[in-house]
Design a protein. Structure first.
Length: 276
């Protein structure tokens, strides 16, 4: 008997989640950076198609640009990390404003240089943020895992809240299935995790409030990452970025929320005084 889409999604997630958790907690910083880089290079391959590149040579050239960008970031001085994360985060908030003002999507007709250039920013941002956080202290891997749990919780809460109470569409042009009720559900889950983060890091009450607000904002901006990928998919007339993960689609379909959330979350931790 064939599995339903939801069953395939749950089965794939149940296999991937332990592998991801083990990789985050067990790999040394260099191993984690390499593994994450390989995943994001797979994302770059998919992004090249969403950006309108069609030939294998052109798509491999785009992946090569991504490799060069990651190598440059590897040698980035520590003093440059926070300013670059700030730049990426501000870009995502500008994208949020633009997406919510969007009323129609023009079909793709060949390569879209702007989308291809944006892809380098979208995919290098989470690599810089997560590798910086992972190797910052003994608590770094656990904080990376917390970020992933935050995104997973927001995603699951949004799904069930949207199904139960969803009426008003969030961005019908981009993703008809998303509702404001789903966003509120994601926010509720994120708020609880924000309180847990403050307790875990032994924050004072004001800093705990900051952790709560950070998790709320991270959950919201993660939705923007999802919507931005939806824009590219609709422009190309495809449902998924790939077919690697049954029930999920491609790599980008699994990490789209993280691309926007990771830079902002790590920047917030820096502002809260957490070693990164």
């Amino acid at each position: 008997m064939a599995l339903t889409s939801l069953q395939s999604r749950v089965l794939t997630a149940s296999i991937l989640a332990p592998i991801v958790i083990l990789a985050v907690l067990a790999l040394p910083p260099r191993g984690f950076a390499l593994t994450l880089g390989l995943i994001l290079l797979g994302g770059a391959w998919e992004w090249s198609a969403l950006g309108g590149l069609t030939t294998p040579a052109a798509r491999l050239g785009y992946v090569a640009l991504m490799v060069a960008a990651l190598i440059m970031l590897w040698f980035l001085p520590k003093a440059g990390v926070a300013p670059l994360l700030l730049l990426v985060s501000l870009w995502w908030w500008l994208v949020a404003v633009w997406l919510f003002r969007l009323r129609q999507i023009e079909p793709g007709a060949g390569p879209a240089p702007g989308h291809l250039l944006a892809g380098l920013l979208v995919l290098t941002g989470p690599w810089l943020a997560m590798t910086q956080l992972h190797g910052a202290s003994s608590r770094g891997p656990a904080l990376v895992l917390f970020l992933l749990i935050l995104i997973w919780t927001a995603d699951i809460a949004a799904y069930f809240a949207g199904r139960r109470w969803g009426r008003t569409k969030l961005a019908p042009v981009l993703s008809p299935g998303k509702t404001w009720a789903g966003v509120l559900g994601a926010g509720a889950g994120a708020a609880l995790l924000g309180l847990a983060l403050g307790y875990w890091l032994d924050f004072a009450p004001l800093a705990t409030l900051g952790a709560l607000l950070l998790c709320l904002a991270t959950a919201f901006i993660s939705v923007v990452g999802d919507l931005f990928e939806s824009l590219l998919k609709r422009r190309q007339g495809v449902k998924d970025s790939g077919h690697l993960l049954p029930g999920h689609g491609g790599l980008l379909d699994r990490i789209d929320s993280l691309t926007a959330a990771a830079p902002f979350f790590v920047l917030g931790l820096i502002w809260l005084g957490v070693p990164t």
